[in-house]
Design a protein around this ligand. Structure first.
Ligand code: G3I
Length: 351
């Protein structure tokens, strides 16, 4: 049962509704400051190297966020090439952009059930063991950004959708259901002693059972001596998510005392469309969810607030919009105009 939203959340959510209402009536909502200047913690977004060619996007990044996360080009699907080769042009470009503009670089993901590149699926194990090929990959990739990447999602989405078990994967089959995860953390730590290492998953708000299984895995990794430093909750939510679920998830995850990331937040309108809710109603509920996340995250002890990352800044760049062009999940519109929800999100940080 989700805990009722805090007084702060209720107050902050009323800000969200007022902000949206003001805009609907045509009056100006509170003008938003740059996201990163409103937050007492790092604010991030995902990026693709090709987006850096757009001067307007590069300027928006530099103005709004203090951290960037390669959306897909730091993953095996981009880097792992045949015969143990690696492709680093795109991740290097993103890393250079971060360095040149003094932005933090956070990397995702080292091990993900969804990534099984041919280089590993068709590995010639007479030439090299699977474990050595895996260790070589982690050492090469994490080692390359040693001293620049502030952290890594070492294991991404380890829990099955209904929360009942750990996911099966090529990595689990080849290296062990638990051992592949423990080993990934150990190898990442060896490759970069300074990186903050995370376990990351989604639907931890909507599915308390999945969150419980995720947290038990975290405890088991810690007990096994894995250098697990933090927990990421992706926070890909739909606008009809019940109030209080985000608050309950962040509080629960933080109870282990580790660093916490809101790692990939967006709020889908399209996925929440139903017979009883208008888009106007969903837009107000979307704002309230962004506000609830700001309220819950800012309520954490400062030492646990690692970063709050949006999975994109402008609607057209969202993976959700690639799925349905009419979705509007992000804080900025196609013309880089801030939405009313930003003013409310920022007000929630000040409460
Ligand atoms: O840009 C290339 C394009 O040049 C090429 O023609 C096309 C077809 O091959 O691929 C394009 O790259 C795609 C890229 O997204 C950019 O659109 C990749 O194939 C595709 O795999 C990649 O998908 C990403 C996905 O993770 C898998 O890495 C999404 O952008 C990204 O938003 C999504 O992010 C995940 C998080 O990592 C984990 N949580 C869920 C989240 C959403 O699925």
């Amino acid at each position: 049962m989700a805990s009722p939203p805090s007084r702060r959340a209720v107050l902050a959510s009323s800000l969200a509704l007022a902000a949206c209402g003001a805009t609907a009536r045509g009056s100006a909502a509170t003008p938003a400051a740059p996201l990163k200047s409103a937050a007492p913690f790092p604010v991030g977004t995902c990026v693709q190297s090709a987006q850096l060619d757009d001067p307007a996007f590069a300027a928006l990044l530099e103005m709004q966020v203090s951290q960037i996360v390669p959306e897909w080009e730091m993953k095996m699907e981009y880097i792992a090439q045949p015969a143990g080769a690696f492709r680093f042009d795109a991740p290097d470009r993103i890393a250079a952009f971060a360095r040149d503009r003094r932005l933090r670089l956070f990397c995702t993901a080292l091990v993900w059930y969804a990534e099984k590149p041919d280089a590993f699926v068709h590995l010639d194990e007479s030439r090299i063991s699977f474990r050595d090929a895996f260790a070589n990959y982690v050492a090469a990739v994490v080692g390359r950004y040693r001293g620049q990447a502030v952290g890594w999602d070492v294991v991404n989405e380890p829990i099955v959708d209904d929360g009942s078990a750990w996911r099966d994967s090529l990595w689990a089959q080849k290296l062990g259901a638990f051992e592949h995860m423990r080993l990934a953390f150990q190898l990442a730590r060896q490759a970069d002693p300074g990186a903050v290492l995370f376990l990351n998953d989604y639907n931890l708000e909507r599915l308390p059972k999945k969150r419980a299984t995720f947290m038990r895995l975290a405890e088991q990794l810690l007990k096994a001596g894995a250098p697990l430093n933090g927990l990421g909750t992706q926070t890909h939510v739909n606008a009809d998510l019940a109030p209080g679920q985000i608050t309950a998830a962040i509080k629960d995850l933080a109870s282990l005392g580790l660093a916490i990331r809101v790692s990939e937040m967006d709020v889908s309108i399209v996925r929440a469309r139903g017979l009883l809710t208008s888009d106007d109603d969903l837009i107000q509920r979307q704002a309230a969810l962004y506000v609830e996340a700001a309220d819950a995250f800012s309520s954490l002890p400062a030492r646990q607030r690692f970063d709050f990352t949006f999975w994109g800044l402008r609607d057209p760049e969202s993976w959700l919009v690639r799925e349905n062009a009419s979705d509007t999940p992000l804080p900025f519109d196609a013309e880089s105009h801030p939405k009313p929800l930003i003013g409310a999100w920022e007000a929630a940080l000040r409460r």
